[in-house]
Write a protein that binds this ligand. Sequence first.
Ligand code: ADP
Length: 626
Amino acid sequence: MERKEFKAESKRLLDMMVNSIYTHKEIFLRELISNSSDAIDKVYYKALTDDSLTFNKDDYYIKIFVDKENRTLRVSDTGIGMNKEELENNLGIIAESGSLAFKKDNEIKDGHDLIGQFGVGFYSSFMVADKVTVITKPFGSDKAFKWESNGAEGYTIEEYKKDSVGTDIILKIKENTEDENFDDYLEEFRLKSIIKKYSDFTRYPIKMDVTKSKLKEGSEDEYEEYIEEETINSMVPIWKKNKNELTKEDYDKLYEEKHFGFDKPLKHIHIKTDGTIRYNAILYIPEKMPYDFYTKEYEKGLELYSNGVLIMNKCAELLPDYFSFVKGIVDSEDLSLNISREMLQHDRQLKIIAKNIKSKVKKELISLLKNDREKYEEFYKSFSKQLKYGVYSNYGKDKEVLQDLLMFYSSKEEKMVTLSEYVDRMKEDQKYIYYATGESKERIEKLPQTELVKDKGYEILYFTEEVDEFAIKMLAKYKDIEFKSVSSGDLDLDTEEDKDETKKDYEENKDLFESMKDLLKDKVKDVRVSKRLKNHPVCLTNEGEVSIEMEKILNAMPNDQNVKADKVLEINTNHEVFKSLKKAYEKDEEKLKLYTDLLYNQALLIEGLSINDPVEFTNNICELMK
Ligand code: ADP
């Protein structure tokens, strides 16, 4: 017999399990049954792809044995089993899966959270058992092994005798404690209800010997007990059932069982089609963003089944990136079982399903937006970035699909609005959809560039996320109306009169503007008269495709892109400050230099850009105050 230590990670988790105060300890059975079912799937799969094997359905099942006297509960399966190496690797080491890696640095003290959120498989047995024994014989071998552990430091492993292929997991159930009745897990009735609750859709029969009673022969009131094997679960996968047979709880249960998320799904979509391609699917739109959603560990994809047999845990081909938050299951009779990952990418059937899923999810989100605005906004808070990246990626290939799902904060409504709502209430003389970019709503509200547009009574959409402007540039238009940034050089709002006035102002002060431009050198492309400013003396606007906001974002990226927006310094000629500027120009060259510098830096600060030399800037202000 060999004695081995658990790896540190496993020890930690085990310790947590042994001392768990988690209230739903019953889930250990779900975890064991699910492992067994996966193990049978593997045999089934082997048989389907290997002609020399036959899979006789009756030979594959999971059976639960209870021995009250010895306080043992046994889960036996006729699955694929494990060889010695697998035993050690699968049960001795915890896979560095997302759940644990994530919790590692956070608190792992209280198992409650972790178990509730993720389910931790085999190890959960230690919540109810002092000792766990695994006896297993792998498919295609005549050697069997016994693995045993009391959940503390380590485990033992030895060769053992077992007739049939498969795995027995034997739990020595803990003694009752003051606040925990472990006897429960030795009660037929209780076990039955746990199986029903969590594992009703397990594809293989879960059998148990159940005590029944019947009238004694010849008697009218005397009963006798007898034992009969019963299949506890109904087995039909939920996605094959009719929608009207199912309740919201059924869908929620599957979501939980599959560990799709630790929230409740916001919405489920049950698809049953009989068209050119037959498939069933249950998809979920989660309520909350998964904790690892924006990490590279997050893998999108749907569980893919071929007529009830799992082919792949995360089939990425079924979801576009922008719907990567969608979870669920797809089952199709038209897919070949021995399809490989490489083949999947070119599979025509799969492509059709993916397309279908894409449009179903979109439809569902639109309907959510229409019928349950509050819920949609909740969803949008979590996943808006994803949708916006979707608009922008692949050269805008799917922008049409996504544009109606977008929402932005509106200056007028003071809440989130859709593009269609914006366009529907545009003023008659309004030519563009206006937007303003900035770090936050509060900052945008103070931007001088918004003044004129607001004065005209036009609504402004606030872009506070980095991706916003990129997405909108890709969209370019919505219902044939162009987007325009309030900071763009040409707002196209001036009347002929305004234009004449601007021209006059410029001509009158031409030399001043030219001098300022010279002083600022290549920092700006131009210095101009502004008609958009009311209360502020200056602002920066831009010409060309790259906005100031985009410059900020692109330059903050790791591979320094060194992108520059063509900036224009606009001066409010009606402002008191302009008079001082003029005076300085006429009398004092040094002062003009000082003022120009101050105004330019002010404009930078308003934009949330950093100024080149803050010390000089503050010195200059002090100079002025003297
Ligand atoms: P998970 O099921 O999430 O992978 P577990 O800790 O429950 O994590 O199981 C670890 C691994 O042990 C499984 O992935 C599987 O390979 C193996 N295993 C567990 N139970 C069985 C079983 N009854 N038959 C065959 N293999 C099993």
